[in-house]
Design a protein around this ligand. Structure first.
Ligand code: PGA
Length: 256
């Protein structure tokens, strides 16, 4: 049986609190007939989260954060701890997005530390992995993904694996309009699941939610979500407008 799909929108550095209120209210209205067959979340910028939570109240839309630091406190200017997120009612967090890895020096090791801090605080991490075009074309895709898994998930228990989400986002498909074909995505998801099976056993690996991310749109979501090992989507551009994101969610929900 297929795992429950999780469709999430990563807003990146977009939307003020006022814009968040408007878009979430619009999305909530457009999801009035949603059948509840999958999980939905949005990840606004930190300062827009409270507005998102207020606007999403009473709806199926979860509101999460785009990052969390691993230290409990200390000299880490500009960062927020897991306890601070939890206190603000945040129960979902993206960790290790490729933009964090590319522009902010995030490594498999810091991804691992942040993931463990989130889990310890009772926050569900959405841990991002994915290869660049250069790595794929150079024949290094599997070794890059394997290192991201082995190092990024070090010390994570089998039980914790069923309480987090893995987001596979080929870097070459993010914001480019180029989507991995369903076959390419399915093959890579199956490979990722096999690496989790090697670490945790097949029974645990079969429970791990693996989202696909990279130019997911209303028009291609159904085909991607129909693939056996694809359990949801992490959506950037197409999550910014309530029209697009509601259509994307309802197209995925129609599958189950
Ligand atoms: P995109 O972004 O949907 O705009 O390609 C995906 C992501 O970066 O999470």
């Amino acid at each position: 049986m297929k795992r429950r799909l999780f469709i999430a929108g990563n807003w990146k550095l977009n939307k003020t609190a006022a814009e968040t209120t408007e878009t979430v209210a619009d999305l909530k209205a457009k999801l009035a007939d949603f059948n509840g067959s999958l999980d939905v979340a949005l990840f606004p910028p930190f300062l827009s989260i409270a507005a998102g939570q207020a606007a999403a109240a009473g709806s199926p839309i979860g509101i999460g954060a785009q990052n969390v630091h691993f230290a409990e406190s200390g000299a880490y200017t500009g960062e927020l701890s897991a306890a601070m997120l939890k206190e603000a009612g945040i129960e979902l967090v993206i960790i290790g997005h490729s933009e964090r890895r590319q522009y902010f020096g995030e490594t498999n090791e810091t991804v691992n530390l942040r993931t463990k801090a989130a889990l310890a605080a009772g926050i569900k991490p959405f841990v991002c992995i994915g290869e660049t075009l250069e790595e794929r074309e150079g024949g290094n895709m599997e070794s890059v993904l394997k290192a991201q898994i082995v190092e990024g998930f070090a010390d994570i228990t089998a039980e914790q694996m069923t309480n987090l989400v893995v987001a596979y986002e080929p870097v070459w498909a993010i914001g480019t309009g180029v989507t991995a074909s369903p076959e390419q995505a399915q093959d890579t998801h199956a490979y990722i699941r096999s690496e989790f099976a090697a670490l945790y056993g097949q029974e645990v690996a079969d429970k791990v939610i693996i989202q696909y991310g990279g130019s997911v749109k209303p028009a291609n979501v159904a085909e991607l979500m129909s693939c056996e090992d694809i359990d949801g989507a992490l959506v950037g551009g197409a999550s910014l407008k309530a029209d697009d994101f509601s259509a994307l969610i309802l197209n995925a929900a129609a599958l189950s």
